[in-house]
Ligand binder design. Sequence first.
Ligand code: ATP
Length: 234
Amino acid sequence: MKLTVTDLTAGYAKAQVLFGVSLEVSQGELVALLGANGAGKTTLLRTVSGLIRPWGGSVQLDGRDLSGLSAAKRARLGLGHVPEGRQLFPLMSVEENLLLGAAFLAWEGRLESLERIYALFPRLAERRRQLAGTMSGGEQQMLAIGRALMGRPKLLMVDEPSLGLSPKLAEEVLLTLSRVKAEGIGVLLVEQNVALSLEVADRGYVIEHGKCMLSGSAAELAHDEGVQKAYLAL
Ligand code: ATP
């Protein structure tokens, strides 16, 4: 699996947000997207998953151009997206929420996916009958990730998973992404907590004003003076 984004431009009405972003994510790789508020990270994920139409450039999965394909088609081809704010159904159970993530699979496939997710997140298995809205913030984030994994993505995009979580829970959630990666899935992570995301990531890109200004291994970025000043408050 390989996601290749080339020279992507996009925006809202006449306001351009992305000014030619290029990046790659390979199988079993965790890649962090860093950047200030408003840099365009969420817009990038939404454009890749087909929720926003690009103005130019291309998005390819395993060399196949996804241009013109709907978000639903892209999901079937292997793009998973955990949106900012989780978007769970609070009055439905954990299991019902999970099953919705694989509505396009046959029933047998959905049950298989369910067992895989429960093995990956034992906490969700314990709480399978609990209403999603009554779970803790960290558990809800795990449920949102689990639901996206139900559709068996090759690439998982996760937007701000630590939002509103305590530092300890944020770390727990990001560590689950390492387990997702170990399953051979590529992960593209947008995360405000730069220090934490560089701990779990293999590589990263720094996006500023809709452009990729810097990229490198997580260790290189963590030691970069500009990154330290702007995002690590060192
Ligand atoms: P944050 O970390 O604050 O979420 P971000 O890097 O994810 O920031 P985006 O959410 O992609 O940034 O926003 C980039 C720019 O696009 C911002 O200036 C934002 O105000 C604008 N924007 C986002 N969504 C819309 C929309 N639906 N309509 C108009 N402008 C939008």
